[in-house]
Design a protein around this ligand. Structure first.
Ligand code: DQQ
Length: 642
Protein backbone atom coordinates (compact mmCIF):
# COMPACT_ATOMS: atom_id res chain seq x y z
CA UNK A 1 0.00 0.00 0.00
CA UNK A 2 1.47 3.30 -0.93
CA UNK A 3 1.13 6.40 1.15
CA UNK A 4 -1.71 8.35 -0.44
CA UNK A 5 -1.65 12.11 -0.69
CA UNK A 6 -0.81 11.98 2.95
CA UNK A 7 1.05 14.86 4.27
CA UNK A 8 3.02 13.50 7.18
CA UNK A 9 1.38 14.62 10.37
CA UNK A 10 2.12 17.47 12.62
CA UNK A 11 0.82 17.39 16.12
CA UNK A 12 -1.68 19.82 17.48
CA UNK A 13 -0.65 21.70 20.56
CA UNK A 14 -3.25 21.60 23.27
CA UNK A 15 -1.27 23.48 25.86
CA UNK A 16 1.73 25.62 25.51
CA UNK A 17 4.36 26.27 28.09
CA UNK A 18 3.94 29.28 30.25
CA UNK A 19 6.23 32.14 29.42
CA UNK A 20 8.54 32.86 32.29
CA UNK A 21 9.84 36.28 33.02
CA UNK A 22 13.59 36.45 32.76
CA UNK A 23 14.11 38.19 36.05
CA UNK A 24 12.14 35.50 37.84
CA UNK A 25 14.22 32.78 36.20
CA UNK A 26 17.44 34.42 37.23
CA UNK A 27 16.26 34.65 40.84
CA UNK A 28 15.20 30.99 40.84
CA UNK A 29 18.41 29.80 39.26
CA UNK A 30 20.31 31.39 42.10
CA UNK A 31 18.05 29.72 44.64
CA UNK A 32 18.23 26.32 43.04
CA UNK A 33 21.37 24.30 42.92
CA UNK A 34 22.52 20.88 44.01
CA UNK A 35 22.37 17.30 42.80
CA UNK A 36 19.25 15.39 42.12
CA UNK A 37 18.66 12.01 43.62
CA UNK A 38 17.31 9.21 41.48
CA UNK A 39 14.02 7.52 42.12
CA UNK A 40 13.72 3.90 43.12
CA UNK A 41 12.89 1.07 40.75
CA UNK A 42 9.24 0.04 40.77
CA UNK A 43 8.04 -3.13 42.42
CA UNK A 44 5.93 -5.40 40.28
CA UNK A 45 2.31 -6.25 41.00
CA UNK A 46 0.31 -9.18 39.91
CA UNK A 47 -2.59 -8.46 37.69
CA UNK A 48 -5.27 -10.75 36.57
CA UNK A 49 -5.69 -10.70 32.84
CA UNK A 50 -9.15 -9.54 32.42
CA UNK A 51 -11.02 -8.54 29.33
CA UNK A 52 -13.83 -6.26 30.19
CA UNK A 53 -16.61 -5.60 27.75
CA UNK A 54 -17.24 -1.94 27.93
CA UNK A 55 -19.65 -1.37 25.10
CA UNK A 56 -21.59 1.84 25.10
CA UNK A 57 -19.23 3.69 27.27
CA UNK A 58 -16.02 5.55 26.93
CA UNK A 59 -13.69 2.74 27.84
CA UNK A 60 -10.46 4.62 27.59
CA UNK A 61 -11.09 8.11 28.75
CA UNK A 62 -12.92 8.87 31.94
CA UNK A 63 -15.46 11.63 32.20
CA UNK A 64 -13.69 14.78 31.24
CA UNK A 65 -15.58 16.90 33.71
CA UNK A 66 -14.43 14.75 36.58
CA UNK A 67 -10.87 15.03 35.34
CA UNK A 68 -11.08 18.77 34.96
CA UNK A 69 -12.33 19.03 38.54
CA UNK A 70 -9.34 17.16 39.85
CA UNK A 71 -6.78 18.86 37.65
CA UNK A 72 -3.97 20.31 39.61
CA UNK A 73 -3.03 23.85 38.78
CA UNK A 74 0.50 23.60 40.05
CA UNK A 75 3.77 22.86 38.31
CA UNK A 76 5.92 19.95 39.37
CA UNK A 77 7.05 19.46 42.93
CA UNK A 78 10.64 18.41 43.50
CA UNK A 79 9.42 15.02 44.65
CA UNK A 80 7.44 14.52 41.45
CA UNK A 81 10.35 15.69 39.38
CA UNK A 82 12.48 12.83 40.72
CA UNK A 83 10.11 10.39 39.05
CA UNK A 84 10.81 11.95 35.68
CA UNK A 85 14.47 11.01 35.59
CA UNK A 86 14.96 8.20 33.12
CA UNK A 87 16.54 4.85 33.97
CA UNK A 88 18.07 3.75 30.69
CA UNK A 89 18.17 6.86 28.53
CA UNK A 90 21.24 9.01 28.78
CA UNK A 91 20.82 12.24 30.67
CA UNK A 92 23.39 14.15 32.69
CA UNK A 93 22.98 14.21 36.46
CA UNK A 94 21.92 17.85 36.28
CA UNK A 95 21.60 20.89 34.02
CA UNK A 96 20.75 21.38 30.37
CA UNK A 97 21.64 19.02 27.50
CA UNK A 98 20.78 19.25 23.82
CA UNK A 99 22.35 17.82 20.62
CA UNK A 100 24.41 14.62 20.55
CA UNK A 101 27.84 15.31 19.03
CA UNK A 102 30.82 13.43 17.63
CA UNK A 103 29.83 9.88 18.60
CA UNK A 104 32.37 7.18 17.79
CA UNK A 105 33.63 3.75 18.76
CA UNK A 106 37.29 4.03 19.73
CA UNK A 107 39.66 1.47 21.21
CA UNK A 108 36.95 -0.49 23.01
CA UNK A 109 34.70 2.40 24.09
CA UNK A 110 31.67 4.14 22.70
CA UNK A 111 31.99 7.91 23.08
CA UNK A 112 29.05 10.27 23.29
CA UNK A 113 29.62 14.02 23.37
CA UNK A 114 26.73 16.40 23.82
CA UNK A 115 25.81 20.07 23.99
CA UNK A 116 25.77 20.97 27.68
CA UNK A 117 25.26 23.96 29.95
CA UNK A 118 27.38 23.36 33.08
CA UNK A 119 25.72 26.27 34.87
CA UNK A 120 22.01 25.70 34.58
CA UNK A 121 18.96 23.85 33.36
CA UNK A 122 18.22 26.11 30.40
CA UNK A 123 20.20 26.49 27.17
CA UNK A 124 23.34 28.68 27.40
CA UNK A 125 27.12 28.63 28.07
CA UNK A 126 27.39 25.68 25.72
CA UNK A 127 30.34 23.29 26.11
CA UNK A 128 30.77 19.68 24.99
CA UNK A 129 29.96 17.10 27.66
CA UNK A 130 31.49 13.64 27.30
CA UNK A 131 30.54 10.16 28.49
CA UNK A 132 31.77 6.71 27.53
CA UNK A 133 30.15 3.30 27.47
CA UNK A 134 30.83 -0.33 26.68
CA UNK A 135 27.30 -1.02 25.52
CA UNK A 136 25.69 2.26 24.37
CA UNK A 137 23.32 2.09 27.35
CA UNK A 138 25.36 2.42 30.56
CA UNK A 139 27.38 5.63 30.38
CA UNK A 140 30.15 6.92 32.61
CA UNK A 141 31.66 10.35 33.07
CA UNK A 142 35.38 10.90 32.76
CA UNK A 143 36.28 13.76 35.10
CA UNK A 144 34.05 15.95 37.20
CA UNK A 145 33.70 19.43 35.74
CA UNK A 146 36.09 18.79 32.84
CA UNK A 147 34.78 19.20 29.36
CA UNK A 148 36.61 18.17 26.21
CA UNK A 149 35.71 21.32 24.31
CA UNK A 150 34.68 24.63 25.86
CA UNK A 151 34.25 28.04 24.29
CA UNK A 152 37.10 30.60 24.57
CA UNK A 153 39.49 32.02 25.48
CA UNK A 154 40.16 32.42 21.75
CA UNK A 155 37.79 34.73 19.92
CA UNK A 156 36.37 32.21 17.48
CA UNK A 157 34.30 30.22 20.01
CA UNK A 158 34.13 32.73 22.83
CA UNK A 159 30.41 32.27 23.42
CA UNK A 160 30.14 28.55 22.96
CA UNK A 161 31.31 25.31 21.37
CA UNK A 162 28.37 24.20 19.25
CA UNK A 163 27.59 20.99 17.43
CA UNK A 164 29.99 18.97 15.33
CA UNK A 165 31.21 15.54 14.31
CA UNK A 166 34.14 13.16 14.50
CA UNK A 167 36.17 12.02 11.48
CA UNK A 168 38.92 9.40 11.66
CA UNK A 169 42.06 10.72 9.95
CA UNK A 170 44.16 8.26 7.88
CA UNK A 171 46.34 7.38 10.91
CA UNK A 172 43.22 6.60 12.97
CA UNK A 173 43.23 9.85 14.97
CA UNK A 174 39.71 11.05 15.70
CA UNK A 175 39.43 14.69 14.64
CA UNK A 176 36.56 16.86 15.79
CA UNK A 177 35.10 19.63 13.67
CA UNK A 178 32.72 21.84 15.64
CA UNK A 179 31.05 25.22 15.37
CA UNK A 180 32.33 28.17 17.38
CA UNK A 181 29.91 30.94 18.25
CA UNK A 182 31.31 34.42 18.60
CA UNK A 183 30.92 38.11 17.90
CA UNK A 184 32.82 40.26 15.46
CA UNK A 185 32.96 43.99 14.98
CA UNK A 186 30.72 45.01 12.12
CA UNK A 187 30.98 47.98 9.82
CA UNK A 188 27.34 48.85 10.43
CA UNK A 189 27.24 51.56 13.07
CA UNK A 190 23.77 50.60 14.32
CA UNK A 191 25.00 47.04 14.86
CA UNK A 192 28.51 47.40 16.28
CA UNK A 193 28.83 43.66 16.97
CA UNK A 194 27.39 40.82 14.94
CA UNK A 195 27.22 37.18 15.89
CA UNK A 196 29.01 34.75 13.66
CA UNK A 197 29.62 31.04 13.46
CA UNK A 198 32.96 29.51 12.44
CA UNK A 199 34.12 25.91 12.05
CA UNK A 200 36.98 24.70 14.20
CA UNK A 201 39.17 21.67 14.69
CA UNK A 202 39.95 19.86 17.95
CA UNK A 203 42.22 16.84 18.34
CA UNK A 204 42.98 14.43 21.19
CA UNK A 205 46.03 15.25 23.29
CA UNK A 206 46.83 11.54 23.56
CA UNK A 207 45.38 9.41 20.83
CA UNK A 208 46.54 6.27 22.65
CA UNK A 209 44.13 7.04 25.48
CA UNK A 210 41.03 4.93 24.72
CA UNK A 211 39.00 7.34 26.84
CA UNK A 212 40.13 10.42 24.88
CA UNK A 213 40.09 12.50 28.06
CA UNK A 214 41.86 15.62 26.84
CA UNK A 215 41.45 17.59 23.63
CA UNK A 216 43.26 20.61 22.23
CA UNK A 217 42.16 23.14 19.67
CA UNK A 218 44.11 23.50 16.46
CA UNK A 219 46.26 26.59 16.07
CA UNK A 220 44.79 26.90 12.60
CA UNK A 221 41.36 27.72 14.04
CA UNK A 222 39.01 28.89 12.80
CA UNK A 223 39.57 26.49 9.93
CA UNK A 224 36.45 27.73 8.10
CA UNK A 225 34.85 31.16 8.15
CA UNK A 226 31.78 31.95 6.09
CA UNK A 227 32.26 33.41 2.62
CA UNK A 228 31.40 37.12 2.49
CA UNK A 229 28.19 36.42 0.60
CA UNK A 230 26.95 33.86 3.14
CA UNK A 231 24.95 34.56 6.27
CA UNK A 232 27.58 33.89 8.95
CA UNK A 233 24.90 33.68 11.63
CA UNK A 234 23.38 30.69 9.84
CA UNK A 235 26.45 28.59 9.24
CA UNK A 236 27.00 25.64 11.53
CA UNK A 237 27.16 21.96 12.52
CA UNK A 238 29.80 20.33 10.29
CA UNK A 239 29.22 16.69 9.31
CA UNK A 240 31.69 13.85 9.50
CA UNK A 241 34.05 14.19 6.51
CA UNK A 242 34.07 11.69 3.66
CA UNK A 243 36.74 11.14 1.05
CA UNK A 244 36.06 11.54 -2.65
CA UNK A 245 37.76 9.64 -5.47
CA UNK A 246 40.37 12.42 -5.68
CA UNK A 247 41.44 11.69 -2.11
CA UNK A 248 40.20 15.03 -0.77
CA UNK A 249 37.94 15.38 2.23
CA UNK A 250 34.40 16.73 1.96
CA UNK A 251 32.08 18.02 4.67
CA UNK A 252 28.68 19.66 4.77
CA UNK A 253 27.83 22.72 6.83
CA UNK A 254 24.21 23.51 7.63
CA UNK A 255 23.06 26.95 6.48
CA UNK A 256 20.32 29.27 5.34
CA UNK A 257 20.67 31.36 2.22
CA UNK A 258 20.56 35.13 2.42
CA UNK A 259 17.01 35.11 1.04
CA UNK A 260 16.21 34.06 4.63
CA UNK A 261 13.95 31.21 3.52
CA UNK A 262 16.06 28.63 1.69
CA UNK A 263 17.68 25.89 3.71
CA UNK A 264 20.93 24.57 2.32
CA UNK A 265 24.06 22.52 2.99
CA UNK A 266 27.40 23.96 1.86
CA UNK A 267 29.95 21.44 0.64
CA UNK A 268 33.56 22.21 1.58
CA UNK A 269 36.69 20.36 0.42
CA UNK A 270 40.13 19.91 1.95
CA UNK A 271 43.28 17.98 1.17
CA UNK A 272 44.75 18.16 4.67
CA UNK A 273 41.72 18.61 6.96
CA UNK A 274 42.99 22.08 7.89
CA UNK A 275 42.62 24.25 4.80
CA UNK A 276 39.03 24.06 3.59
CA UNK A 277 37.46 25.59 0.49
CA UNK A 278 33.83 26.15 -0.31
CA UNK A 279 32.79 24.21 -3.40
CA UNK A 280 29.01 24.43 -3.86
CA UNK A 281 25.76 23.45 -2.15
CA UNK A 282 24.97 19.74 -2.21
CA UNK A 283 21.22 20.42 -2.02
CA UNK A 284 18.89 23.22 -0.96
CA UNK A 285 15.17 23.79 -0.72
CA UNK A 286 13.15 26.96 -0.56
CA UNK A 287 10.90 27.64 2.41
CA UNK A 288 12.56 25.08 4.65
CA UNK A 289 14.55 27.68 6.60
CA UNK A 290 17.83 27.05 8.40
CA UNK A 291 19.19 23.50 8.05
CA UNK A 292 20.82 22.58 11.33
CA UNK A 293 22.87 19.47 12.01
CA UNK A 294 23.06 17.95 8.50
CA UNK A 295 23.97 14.27 8.33
CA UNK A 296 24.97 12.55 5.08
CA UNK A 297 25.72 8.85 4.75
CA UNK A 298 25.41 5.88 2.40
CA UNK A 299 23.07 2.93 2.94
CA UNK A 300 23.03 -0.50 1.31
CA UNK A 301 19.93 -1.65 -0.53
CA UNK A 302 19.66 -4.88 1.39
CA UNK A 303 20.41 -5.94 4.91
CA UNK A 304 21.12 -4.09 8.11
CA UNK A 305 24.84 -3.66 7.66
CA UNK A 306 25.97 -0.05 7.91
CA UNK A 307 28.52 1.72 5.73
CA UNK A 308 31.25 4.21 6.53
CA UNK A 309 30.66 7.69 5.10
CA UNK A 310 33.28 7.33 2.34
CA UNK A 311 31.77 4.13 0.93
CA UNK A 312 30.45 4.76 -2.54
CA UNK A 313 29.88 2.03 -5.08
CA UNK A 314 27.12 1.05 -7.48
CA UNK A 315 23.99 -0.26 -5.85
CA UNK A 316 23.90 1.95 -2.77
CA UNK A 317 21.82 4.96 -1.86
CA UNK A 318 22.62 8.05 0.17
CA UNK A 319 20.62 9.65 2.94
CA UNK A 320 20.59 13.38 3.63
CA UNK A 321 19.10 14.40 6.94
CA UNK A 322 18.61 17.95 8.18
CA UNK A 323 17.15 19.40 11.35
CA UNK A 324 14.72 22.18 10.51
CA UNK A 325 15.23 25.10 12.86
CA UNK A 326 11.77 26.44 11.93
CA UNK A 327 9.84 23.37 13.03
CA UNK A 328 12.34 21.51 15.23
CA UNK A 329 11.85 18.31 13.23
CA UNK A 330 14.46 16.02 11.69
CA UNK A 331 13.71 15.21 8.05
CA UNK A 332 15.53 12.72 5.87
CA UNK A 333 15.50 11.87 2.23
CA UNK A 334 16.79 8.81 0.40
CA UNK A 335 18.40 9.48 -2.95
CA UNK A 336 21.49 9.44 -5.08
CA UNK A 337 24.80 11.17 -4.51
CA UNK A 338 26.20 11.99 -7.93
CA UNK A 339 29.99 11.94 -7.51
CA UNK A 340 30.54 13.94 -10.70
CA UNK A 341 28.37 16.91 -9.82
CA UNK A 342 28.67 16.17 -6.09
CA UNK A 343 25.00 16.82 -5.60
CA UNK A 344 22.32 14.90 -3.79
CA UNK A 345 19.10 14.16 -5.63
CA UNK A 346 16.14 12.76 -3.73
CA UNK A 347 14.60 9.70 -5.38
CA UNK A 348 11.22 11.34 -4.91
CA UNK A 349 11.27 15.11 -5.29
CA UNK A 350 8.06 15.32 -3.28
CA UNK A 351 9.89 13.67 -0.41
CA UNK A 352 12.98 15.85 -0.68
CA UNK A 353 14.81 16.66 2.48
CA UNK A 354 12.84 19.04 4.66
CA UNK A 355 9.44 18.23 3.16
CA UNK A 356 9.31 14.45 3.22
CA UNK A 357 9.88 11.76 5.78
CA UNK A 358 10.86 12.35 9.37
CA UNK A 359 12.97 10.22 11.66
CA UNK A 360 10.40 10.67 14.36
CA UNK A 361 6.89 12.11 14.41
CA UNK A 362 7.05 13.14 18.04
CA UNK A 363 9.77 15.02 19.85
CA UNK A 364 13.22 14.29 18.41
CA UNK A 365 15.80 16.74 17.09
CA UNK A 366 19.40 17.49 16.10
CA UNK A 367 20.12 13.83 15.52
CA UNK A 368 23.40 12.50 14.25
CA UNK A 369 24.44 9.02 13.13
CA UNK A 370 27.81 7.28 13.21
CA UNK A 371 29.26 4.08 11.80
CA UNK A 372 29.99 1.66 14.64
CA UNK A 373 33.33 0.13 13.69
CA UNK A 374 32.90 -2.58 16.29
CA UNK A 375 29.73 -4.14 14.93
CA UNK A 376 29.31 -2.60 11.47
CA UNK A 377 26.07 -0.87 12.37
CA UNK A 378 24.96 2.68 11.59
CA UNK A 379 23.69 4.08 14.85
CA UNK A 380 21.57 7.15 15.38
CA UNK A 381 21.39 9.42 18.41
CA UNK A 382 18.86 12.22 18.83
CA UNK A 383 17.98 14.79 21.45
CA UNK A 384 14.54 14.64 23.10
CA UNK A 385 13.65 17.94 24.69
CA UNK A 386 11.28 18.40 27.63
CA UNK A 387 7.56 19.10 27.31
CA UNK A 388 7.14 20.62 30.74
CA UNK A 389 8.02 24.24 31.39
CA UNK A 390 11.28 26.12 31.73
CA UNK A 391 10.12 26.98 35.21
CA UNK A 392 9.97 23.26 36.06
CA UNK A 393 13.49 22.83 34.68
CA UNK A 394 14.99 25.46 36.92
CA UNK A 395 12.89 24.94 40.02
CA UNK A 396 11.75 21.37 40.54
CA UNK A 397 13.93 19.33 38.19
CA UNK A 398 17.28 21.08 37.86
CA UNK A 399 17.79 19.39 34.48
CA UNK A 400 16.48 19.41 30.98
CA UNK A 401 16.87 17.15 27.94
CA UNK A 402 17.56 13.47 27.39
CA UNK A 403 19.01 11.44 24.53
CA UNK A 404 16.64 9.01 22.82
CA UNK A 405 17.70 5.37 22.89
CA UNK A 406 20.42 4.80 20.32
CA UNK A 407 18.80 3.33 17.20
CA UNK A 408 20.22 1.08 14.53
CA UNK A 409 19.37 2.48 11.13
CA UNK A 410 19.09 0.85 7.70
CA UNK A 411 17.19 1.20 4.44
CA UNK A 412 13.91 -0.66 4.40
CA UNK A 413 14.54 -3.30 1.74
CA UNK A 414 10.80 -3.78 1.24
CA UNK A 415 9.93 -0.18 0.37
CA UNK A 416 13.32 1.22 -0.65
CA UNK A 417 12.23 4.63 0.55
CA UNK A 418 11.92 4.39 4.33
CA UNK A 419 14.66 4.02 6.88
CA UNK A 420 14.08 1.37 9.51
CA UNK A 421 15.04 2.37 13.05
CA UNK A 422 15.10 -0.02 15.97
CA UNK A 423 16.56 0.41 19.46
CA UNK A 424 20.07 -1.09 19.45
CA UNK A 425 19.98 -4.72 20.54
CA UNK A 426 21.91 -3.83 23.71
CA UNK A 427 18.57 -2.54 25.05
CA UNK A 428 17.42 -6.17 25.23
CA UNK A 429 20.06 -6.74 27.92
CA UNK A 430 17.86 -4.71 30.28
CA UNK A 431 14.92 -7.06 29.94
CA UNK A 432 13.53 -8.99 32.88
CA UNK A 433 10.21 -10.56 33.86
CA UNK A 434 9.22 -11.52 30.36
CA UNK A 435 5.51 -11.90 29.69
CA UNK A 436 4.60 -13.56 26.44
CA UNK A 437 1.13 -14.40 25.19
CA UNK A 438 0.02 -15.48 21.79
CA UNK A 439 -3.34 -15.78 20.12
CA UNK A 440 -4.97 -13.04 22.17
CA UNK A 441 -8.26 -11.50 21.19
CA UNK A 442 -9.26 -8.07 22.34
CA UNK A 443 -13.01 -7.72 21.99
CA UNK A 444 -14.61 -4.58 20.64
CA UNK A 445 -14.73 -1.85 23.24
CA UNK A 446 -12.50 -3.61 25.72
CA UNK A 447 -9.75 -2.59 28.06
CA UNK A 448 -7.49 -5.13 29.71
CA UNK A 449 -4.51 -5.18 32.02
CA UNK A 450 -1.92 -7.87 31.33
CA UNK A 451 -0.61 -9.84 34.26
CA UNK A 452 2.99 -8.97 35.06
CA UNK A 453 3.16 -5.91 32.85
CA UNK A 454 3.33 -2.98 35.18
CA UNK A 455 5.46 0.00 36.13
CA UNK A 456 7.25 2.90 34.51
CA UNK A 457 10.03 0.90 32.78
CA UNK A 458 8.60 -1.30 30.04
CA UNK A 459 9.39 -2.67 26.62
CA UNK A 460 6.14 -3.88 25.04
CA UNK A 461 6.11 -5.56 21.64
CA UNK A 462 2.82 -6.39 19.95
CA UNK A 463 1.87 -7.87 16.61
CA UNK A 464 -1.71 -7.23 15.60
CA UNK A 465 -3.14 -9.34 12.82
CA UNK A 466 -4.15 -7.01 10.04
CA UNK A 467 -7.89 -6.58 10.38
CA UNK A 468 -10.23 -7.40 7.53
CA UNK A 469 -12.96 -5.11 6.30
CA UNK A 470 -16.18 -7.02 5.92
CA UNK A 471 -19.69 -5.97 4.95
CA UNK A 472 -20.86 -2.48 4.27
CA UNK A 473 -19.02 -0.06 6.49
CA UNK A 474 -20.07 3.15 4.80
CA UNK A 475 -20.56 4.90 8.08
CA UNK A 476 -16.87 4.56 8.79
CA UNK A 477 -15.64 5.90 5.48
CA UNK A 478 -13.40 8.87 5.68
CA UNK A 479 -14.57 11.61 3.34
CA UNK A 480 -12.73 14.74 2.45
CA UNK A 481 -15.29 16.61 4.51
CA UNK A 482 -14.91 14.47 7.61
CA UNK A 483 -11.24 14.01 7.84
CA UNK A 484 -9.54 12.40 4.86
CA UNK A 485 -7.95 15.71 4.14
CA UNK A 486 -6.78 16.12 7.69
CA UNK A 487 -3.19 15.58 8.54
CA UNK A 488 -2.59 12.41 10.50
CA UNK A 489 -1.69 14.28 13.67
CA UNK A 490 -4.96 16.12 13.52
CA UNK A 491 -6.85 12.88 12.95
CA UNK A 492 -5.20 11.52 16.09
CA UNK A 493 -6.05 14.55 18.16
CA UNK A 494 -9.58 14.85 16.81
CA UNK A 495 -10.53 11.23 17.18
CA UNK A 496 -8.48 10.30 20.25
CA UNK A 497 -8.22 6.92 21.90
CA UNK A 498 -11.83 7.06 23.05
CA UNK A 499 -13.24 7.43 19.56
CA UNK A 500 -15.20 4.36 18.37
CA UNK A 501 -14.03 3.62 14.85
CA UNK A 502 -14.52 0.57 12.71
CA UNK A 503 -10.88 -0.52 12.72
CA UNK A 504 -9.54 0.85 15.95
CA UNK A 505 -8.30 2.75 17.69
CA UNK A 506 -6.52 -0.19 19.32
CA UNK A 507 -3.27 -0.15 21.20
CA UNK A 508 -1.89 0.42 24.68
CA UNK A 509 -2.29 2.73 27.63
CA UNK A 510 0.99 3.25 29.44
CA UNK A 511 1.75 5.23 32.57
CA UNK A 512 -1.93 5.01 33.41
CA UNK A 513 -3.66 5.25 36.75
CA UNK A 514 -6.19 2.52 37.51
CA UNK A 515 -9.02 4.98 36.97
CA UNK A 516 -7.28 6.25 33.77
CA UNK A 517 -7.33 9.82 34.95
CA UNK A 518 -3.76 9.84 33.81
CA UNK A 519 -2.81 7.80 30.76
CA UNK A 520 -0.68 8.00 27.65
CA UNK A 521 -2.39 6.19 24.76
CA UNK A 522 -0.37 4.76 21.88
CA UNK A 523 -2.51 3.19 19.20
CA UNK A 524 -3.29 2.39 15.62
CA UNK A 525 -6.26 3.92 13.96
CA UNK A 526 -7.22 2.70 10.50
CA UNK A 527 -8.99 5.03 8.11
CA UNK A 528 -11.41 3.07 5.97
CA UNK A 529 -11.39 4.13 2.32
CA UNK A 530 -14.13 3.92 -0.25
CA UNK A 531 -12.07 1.50 -2.31
CA UNK A 532 -12.41 -1.03 0.50
CA UNK A 533 -8.88 -0.58 1.82
CA UNK A 534 -7.58 1.30 4.78
CA UNK A 535 -4.70 3.56 5.72
CA UNK A 536 -2.93 3.04 9.02
CA UNK A 537 -2.22 5.92 11.37
CA UNK A 538 -0.12 5.63 14.50
CA UNK A 539 -1.02 8.00 17.30
CA UNK A 540 0.63 8.93 20.58
CA UNK A 541 -1.90 10.80 22.68
CA UNK A 542 -0.41 12.73 25.58
CA UNK A 543 -3.50 14.86 26.17
CA UNK A 544 -4.34 12.98 29.37
CA UNK A 545 -0.83 12.08 30.40
CA UNK A 546 -0.73 14.32 33.46
CA UNK A 547 -2.92 16.27 35.82
CA UNK A 548 -0.44 19.10 35.59
CA UNK A 549 -1.64 22.04 33.57
CA UNK A 550 1.64 23.58 32.52
CA UNK A 551 2.77 20.83 30.17
CA UNK A 552 2.75 20.64 26.37
CA UNK A 553 0.46 17.68 25.73
CA UNK A 554 0.56 17.81 21.94
CA UNK A 555 -0.95 14.71 20.33
CA UNK A 556 1.40 13.20 17.76
CA UNK A 557 0.50 11.03 14.83
CA UNK A 558 1.32 10.05 11.31
CA UNK A 559 0.55 7.59 8.56
CA UNK A 560 2.40 4.28 8.58
CA UNK A 561 3.25 2.52 5.35
CA UNK A 562 1.83 -1.02 5.55
CA UNK A 563 2.48 -3.40 2.65
CA UNK A 564 -0.08 -5.83 1.25
CA UNK A 565 2.42 -8.60 1.91
CA UNK A 566 2.68 -7.78 5.61
CA UNK A 567 0.55 -9.94 7.84
CA UNK A 568 0.72 -7.81 10.97
CA UNK A 569 0.65 -4.28 12.23
CA UNK A 570 3.45 -4.12 14.77
CA UNK A 571 3.95 -1.84 17.73
CA UNK A 572 6.93 -1.63 20.07
CA UNK A 573 6.54 0.89 22.86
CA UNK A 574 9.35 1.55 25.30
CA UNK A 575 8.51 3.41 28.48
CA UNK A 576 11.11 4.99 30.73
CA UNK A 577 9.42 7.20 33.36
CA UNK A 578 9.00 10.43 31.36
CA UNK A 579 9.67 9.20 27.83
CA UNK A 580 7.57 6.93 25.60
CA UNK A 581 9.22 5.76 22.37
CA UNK A 582 7.09 3.92 19.83
CA UNK A 583 8.43 1.97 16.86
CA UNK A 584 5.61 1.11 14.46
CA UNK A 585 5.72 -1.48 11.69
CA UNK A 586 9.12 -2.83 12.66
CA UNK A 587 10.60 0.68 13.00
CA UNK A 588 9.39 2.10 9.69
CA UNK A 589 7.73 4.91 11.63
CA UNK A 590 8.78 6.19 15.05
CA UNK A 591 7.07 8.50 17.53
CA UNK A 592 8.66 9.77 20.76
CA UNK A 593 6.89 11.72 23.46
CA UNK A 594 7.63 13.17 26.89
CA UNK A 595 5.11 12.79 29.69
CA UNK A 596 4.96 13.90 33.32
CA UNK A 597 2.31 11.95 35.22
CA UNK A 598 1.62 12.96 38.80
CA UNK A 599 -0.08 9.74 39.96
CA UNK A 600 0.87 7.14 37.34
CA UNK A 601 4.43 6.96 38.59
CA UNK A 602 6.51 4.06 39.91
CA UNK A 603 4.21 1.37 41.31
CA UNK A 604 1.18 3.48 40.41
CA UNK A 605 1.97 3.23 36.69
CA UNK A 606 -0.41 0.70 35.12
CA UNK A 607 -0.47 -0.83 31.68
CA UNK A 608 -3.53 -1.73 29.60
CA UNK A 609 -4.42 -2.99 26.17
CA UNK A 610 -7.47 -1.46 24.59
CA UNK A 611 -9.59 -1.81 21.51
CA UNK A 612 -12.14 0.84 20.75
CA UNK A 613 -12.99 -0.45 17.31
CA UNK A 614 -16.27 -2.19 16.63
CA UNK A 615 -14.55 -5.41 15.66
CA UNK A 616 -12.26 -7.67 17.67
CA UNK A 617 -8.48 -7.43 17.30
CA UNK A 618 -6.22 -10.48 17.41
CA UNK A 619 -2.61 -10.20 18.46
CA UNK A 620 0.56 -11.52 20.10
CA UNK A 621 2.28 -9.69 22.91
CA UNK A 622 5.76 -9.86 24.46
CA UNK A 623 6.54 -7.48 27.24
CA UNK A 624 9.43 -6.92 29.59
CA UNK A 625 10.09 -4.82 32.57
CA UNK A 626 13.39 -3.11 32.31
CA UNK A 627 16.16 -3.98 34.64
CA UNK A 628 17.79 -0.57 34.69
CA UNK A 629 18.05 1.37 37.87
CA UNK A 630 17.70 5.09 37.76
CA UNK A 631 19.75 6.12 36.10
CA UNK A 632 22.11 4.79 33.55
CA UNK A 633 24.95 7.17 34.32
CA UNK A 634 26.55 5.39 37.23
CA UNK A 635 29.23 7.87 37.99
CA UNK A 636 32.81 8.29 37.01
CA UNK A 637 35.00 6.01 35.01
CA UNK A 638 37.64 5.59 37.70
CA UNK A 639 35.13 4.64 40.39
CA UNK A 640 35.32 1.01 39.32
CA UNK A 641 37.51 -1.10 37.12
CA UNK A 642 36.57 -1.26 33.46
N1 DQQ B 1 22.21 23.32 18.68
C1 DQQ B 1 23.56 23.78 18.63
C2 DQQ B 1 23.76 24.28 17.25
C3 DQQ B 1 22.74 23.56 16.48
C4 DQQ B 1 21.59 23.54 17.42
C5 DQQ B 1 23.77 24.83 19.67
C6 DQQ B 1 20.58 22.46 17.11
O1 DQQ B 1 25.07 24.01 16.80
O2 DQQ B 1 22.45 24.19 15.27
O3 DQQ B 1 23.58 24.28 20.97
O4 DQQ B 1 19.81 22.14 18.24
Amino acid sequence: MSLPDMVRGEGVTRCSNVAVKLSFIVALVILCSGRWVDSAEPISRNHRVQLRELHNQDSVHWQDREREDSKATYGETQEQALQYRTAFHFQPTKNWMNDPNGMMYYKGWYHLFYQYNPYGALWGNIVWGHVVSKDLIHWKYLEDGEYPIVGGPDWYDLYGAWSGSTTFLPDGTPAMLYTGWSNVVSNVSSLPLIQIQTQNLALPVDKDDPLLRKWYKSEANPVIVAEPWMDATKFRDPTEAWKGEDGSWRILIGARKTDNVTGTAHLYRSKDFVKWEYSHDIDSLKDTGMWECPDFFPVGLKGKVGLGVSANFPGIKHVLKVSLDNTKHDHYSVGVYDVKTETFKADDSLADVGIGLRYDYGKYYASKSFFDQKTGRRILFGWVNESDSDLDAITSKGWSGIQALPRQLWLDPKTGVDLIQTPVEEVDGLHKDKVSKSGFTLAAGSLAPVEGVHGPQLDVQIKFYKPEITGNKTKFFFNASDGASLQAGQVCSQTGAAHRGYLGPFGVLVLSTQDHKEQTAVYYYLQVRRDGKWDAIICSDQSRSTLQTDVDTTVYGTYVRVLESEKYLTLRTIVDHSVVETFAQGGRTVVTSRVYPTLAVNDGAYFYLFNNGVGAVHFFIRAFRSNALNQSVRGFINEDSH
